[in-house]
Design a protein around this ligand. Structure first.
Ligand SMILES: Nc1ncnc2c1ncn2[C@@H]1O[C@H](COP(=O)(O)OP(=O)(O)OP(=O)(O)O)[C@@H](O)[C@H]1O
Length: 281
């Protein structure tokens, strides 16, 4: 993983994040609804994702996180409502080179080495002899970003699950996208690698101004995000900063705040006329 002083990176991240918060949102959804099979998986969502920040998409398994991400990158069918991404409707061909998307299943070729995988995708992104040097630089940088230099010549099929996920992340970083959509990138990783990946996410946001939308069902990762979208059963329970969520719900952790919001939503469903909506900031 890249080495850099964590404090400096954190300060830079906050500065950049503050600047970016004033800019146009990277993603704006209005009444976003998606049906998969015979189920309505996303139920009329309204939210924004600020540019240049890390927004965590958190919620239990099956609540619709991957579906929302697929809608954002334009691979989800039957999406209703409005979804603007980097100033275009989601799925617009103009967005293809501007978004990096890493799915839960690593998309790498097992019979190629780490470097060969990246060389292949770099050749698609930066084709032609004239860009040979740029390709080499981009590949070296992406391998270093995900801390796989010592495995650059290993076959992807012989890597651990976490290492293969990092090859997928390196592929997404190749094109220096403006928006990175990462579906549970830290699942199955040990605590040290998880911490290092989060440092990398912060560095990418701070140095490149990249917007990151990162899903997780591990609530302690919520504290590492600039903003959070807390989801449950296809709805957004909260859209706020971790600090504001803790403060407003009078809890020590985001996890406790989430549980309170779940209880409040259940109470609202049981007694729709006697309880109040959770205020959004
Ligand atoms: N191909 C599909 N056809 C029909 N329903 C689907 C399909 N894929 C997912 N679903 C349903 O959509 C709902 C949301 O799934 P989704 O994968 O978006 O959840 P998630 O929050 O990302 O879950 P996880 O954290 O386990 O990945 C689930 O109830 C799931 O059963």
């Amino acid at each position: 993983m890249m080495n850099y002083p964590a404090d400096e990176a954190a300060v830079a991240a906050v500065d950049k994040a503050t600047d970016a918060a004033a800019a146009e949102p990277a993603i704006t959804a209005h009444a976003l609804t998606t049906v998969r099979g015979d189920r309505t998986v996303l139920r009329g969502l309204d939210f924004t994702v600020p540019a240049g920040q890390i927004t965590g998409l958190l919620g239990p398994s099956g609540c619709g996180k991957s579906t929302l991400m697929r809608a954002v990158v334009g691979t989800q069918a039957k999406v209703d409502g409005s979804l603007q991404v980097l100033g275009h409707p989601a799925g617009d061909p103009a967005l293809r080179s501007r978004i990096g998307y890493v799915t839960q299943a690593p998309s790498v070729y097992d019979d190629l080495t780490v470097r060969q995988n990246l060389d292949y995708f770099a050749a698609v992104l930066l084709p032609g002899r004239a860009l040979r040097h740029d390709r080499r630089t981009a590949v070296d940088r992406a391998i270093a970003d995900v801390d796989l230099a010592s495995h650059a010549d290993s076959l992807a099929g012989r890597l651990s699950g976490g290492q293969r996920s990092r090859v997928s992340l390196a592929v997404a970083l190749l094109g220096t996208p403006e928006l990175l959509v990462l579906d549970e990138p830290t699942v199955g990783l040990d605590p040290v690698l998880r911490r290092d990946l989060w440092k990398l996410f912060h560095q990418i946001a701070a140095d490149r101004g990249t917007t990151l939308l990162v899903s997780s069902h591990v609530m302690d990762e919520a504290e590492r995000c600039h903003r959070l979208l807390l989801m449950r059963e296809g709805e957004i329970l909260a859209d706020d900063t971790p600090e504001a969520l803790r403060r407003r719900n009078d809890t020590a952790t985001v996890e406790e705040a989430f549980l309170r919001l779940v209880d409040a939503a259940a109470a609202r469903a049981a007694h729709p006329r006697t309880t109040h909506e959770e205020p959004r900031s």
